[in-house]
Design a protein around this ligand. Structure first.
Ligand SMILES: [Zn+2]
Ligand SMILES: [Zn+2]
Length: 400
């Protein structure tokens, strides 16, 4: 590995910052303490700070020389509504709140780069370090953009990074094109007719209709989508009924749809509606179908991805870089930024969980698991990647 020395020397401080954030997790748009901590550190290091974009978002503006070149690096700060099962000293002090996705580590890695870049100023141009709120479902990236992120901070490209459990620690990877899926949710209400359960002939049973629709929907991915396109349609909740002797009046079905492309998403939404309406009609029932598009698919841009892979090779060594990392059907709101700006999102391996201090819970070290913990060994790796990415981006000729 070819890590940056001053960052290695700052590793212990970064670990303390990371663990302090881990112990004090905050949910979407409530990241006040984290936001204050980030802004405080940036100011301590002489970096001008913009606050208030996306409510709790923070941007540090690190400028040197006279070049108009610019690049954005983005981390996320929010935690999850989850009860932590770890009992090590830096476990969450708040019941029902936990940094189980490693955003504490993402924030610390980007702070490490900000510290190094502000101390050394060995570049010509502007580096924006973006700390966004509310990645976990509430679209903090979009809120920062709506509040003028890219107008106030004009940047040529923007880059993101997420830790990836299961990938060996310190390995990195990315892929050109779709890397994470669009995230969408649906809600179907089936209106039937309630009756005594011993007189089913007087009912229109919404449970039978729900079961038929749920099964037929499964043919959309297997029969309507091309076998070469990836898609997920999961019914995750079915609610109906109140007693053993009542055919209920209505039923509710909720779930998620994930796709990598808009045509597949459009097709799935259309087919879901058609199947629901026509199946309900066949039984004499009626439906209300709601479909909400949350995060778009995350599509990595080719020149920026090739560039990021190049920087990774330089930092962690060619043998630790996966240039064609397997995409995931998980979603990520950095996708909004990539709709507006060229850029690339990468994974950094978090290892298999062996890094966790004594006192971790029984579960695996997976994202969103109550026994998860970010691997502190990554702090100098991620901070070195961020720093070298910024230095190289501003040094090389524009990518486009
Ligand atoms: Zn997450
Ligand atoms: Zn995450």
């Amino acid at each position: 590995m070819n890590l940056i020395d001053p960052i290695l020397q700052f590793q212990e401080e970064l670990k303390l910052i990371r663990r302090s954030i881990h112990a004090n997790p905050e949910l979407a748009f409530e990241e006040q303490r984290t936001s204050d901590l980030v802004a405080g550190k940036l100011e301590e290091w002489g970096i001008p700070v913009i606050r208030g974009l996306g409510k709790t978002g923070v941007v540090g503006v690190i400028t040197n020389g006279s070049s108009a070149r610019s690049v954005g690096l983005r981390a996320d700060m929010d935690a999850l509504a989850l009860q932590e099962k770890n009992s090590f000293p830096h476990r969450s002090v708040l019941d029902g709140r936990m940094h189980a996705c490693g955003h504490d580590g993402h924030t610390a890695m980007l702070l490490g780069a900000a510290y190094y870049l502000s101390r050394h100023r060995n570049f010509d141009g502007t580096v924006y370090v973006i700390f966004q709120p509310a990645e976990e479902g509430a679209g903090g990236a979009k809120r920062m953009m709506d509040d003028g992120l890219f107008d106030r901070c004009p940047m040529e490209a923007v880059f993101g990074m997420h830790n990836w459990p299961g990938m060996p620690a310190g390995h990195m990877g990315a892929v050109v094109g779709p890397m994470m899926a669009s995230s969408n949710e649906f809600e179907l209400v089936i209106h039937g007719k309630g009756s005594h359960a011993a007189q089913p002939h007087k009912s229109i049973d919404p449970i039978m209709v729900a079961v038929q629709i749920a099964q037929s929907w499964q043919t959309i991915v297997s029969r309507n989508a091309s076998p070469l396109d990836s898609a997920v349609l999961s019914v995750t909740q079915i609610h109906s009924g109140s007693a053993t002797n009542i055919v209920p009046d209505s039923a509710l079905m909720i779930g998620t749809v994930r796709t990598f492309t808009m045509p597949v998403l459009d097709m799935i939404e259309t087919r879901m509606r058609e199947i629901a309406e026509h199946t309900a009609a066949a039984f004499g029932a009626r439906v209300e179908f709601g479909f909400k598009r949350n995060y778009p698919a995350l599509i990595n841009h080719a020149p920026e991805t090739r560039f990021a892979l190049d920087v990774m090779s330089d930092v962690v060594g060619h043998e630790r870089v996966m240039a064609d990392v397997e995409p995931t059907m998980g979603a990520e709101d950095f996708a909004f930024m990539l709709l507006d700006k060229p850029g690339c999102y990468v994974f950094i391996g978090n290892g298999d969980g062996g890094h966790r201090d004594h006192g971790h819970g029984l579960g695996p070290c997976n994202l969103h698991n109550p026994s998860y913990d970010f691997n502190d060994d990554l702090l100098p790796v991620g901070a070195s990647y961020w720093s070298r990415l910024a230095l190289e981006f501003l040094k090389r000729p524009p990518l486009r």
